[in-house]
Structure formats: C-alpha cells, structure tokens
Design a binder for this molecule. Structure first.
Ligand code: SF4
Ligand code: SF4
Length: 107
C-alpha cells in the first residue's frame, strides 16, 4: 500500500483549516489596525495627524479636521498613536473594498 494512503484518509475526514469566507468570518483581534475612525468632536485641529501620516493620506477640511483617504492609507495607526486627544481610533473594520473610489474616505 502506498505510504500516502493513511494521510489521504486522515485529511479526507478531518475538518478544513480554512473558513468559508465570506459566509464565515473571524473576528479581528483586539486593537487590530483596520479603518481609522475620526471623532470630530474630540479633535482640536492641531494638524499633527496630517504631518505624521507616512503616505500623506490625511488632508484637512475647512475646520482643520482630518479627512483620511483610505485608498492611500496603509493602516499603520501612526495617526491614532500621535493624536493628543485620542480623536483617531483604530477600528476592526477591514472589509473596505469598494466600486466607487470617491467613497474611500474616513472623516
Ligand atoms: S492629531 Fe488628533 S486632534 Fe490633532 S488634528 Fe489630528 S485628529 Fe485632530
Ligand atoms: S493609519 Fe497610517 S497611513 Fe492611515 S491615515 Fe493614519 S497615519 Fe496615515
């Protein structure tokens, strides 16, 4: 009998290692670096996030509050770590694919 047969039989009747995404989803880990969310009430318009963002994904609106272009963002969380008011938070939101590029904005 070929040596592979026991392995084939074992794998044939064992549970799959992968999930049937998108029908089954795994919760992201706590503090995952998903979509950054801006709390405009907390923001004091200090502009630090705009300066620190490595790929320059942040622009400022007319009130000097951040607008994050998620098409440029690399989800590094530097902005959330730097914000003195904790006004930018990491979220576990990671399913960010869109048909309309203009909707890839977080503000
Ligand atoms: S670093 Fe924080 S407080 Fe400063 S502009 Fe950005 S979000 Fe607002
Ligand atoms: S997570 Fe990183 S890349 Fe995205 S907006 Fe913040 S600093 Fe910029």
């Amino acid at each position: 009998m070929p040596k592979i047969i026991p392995d084939v039989l074992k794998n044939l009747f064992s549970k799959p290692f992968t999930l049937k995404y998108p029908h089954e989803r795994k919760e992201p880990p706590e503090n995952a670096r998903g979509k950054p969310i801006v709390d405009r009430e907390e923001c004091i318009s200090c502009k630090l996030c705009e300066k620190i963002c490595p790929p320059k994904a942040i622009t400022l609106d007319e009130d000097d509050k951040p607008i994050i272009d998620l098409g440029i963002c690399i989800f590094c969380s530097e902005c959330a770590d730097a914000c003195p008011k904790g006004a930018i938070k990491r979220s576990g939101e990671y399913e960010l694919a869109l048909y309309d590029r203009s909707k890839a904005i977080s503000k």
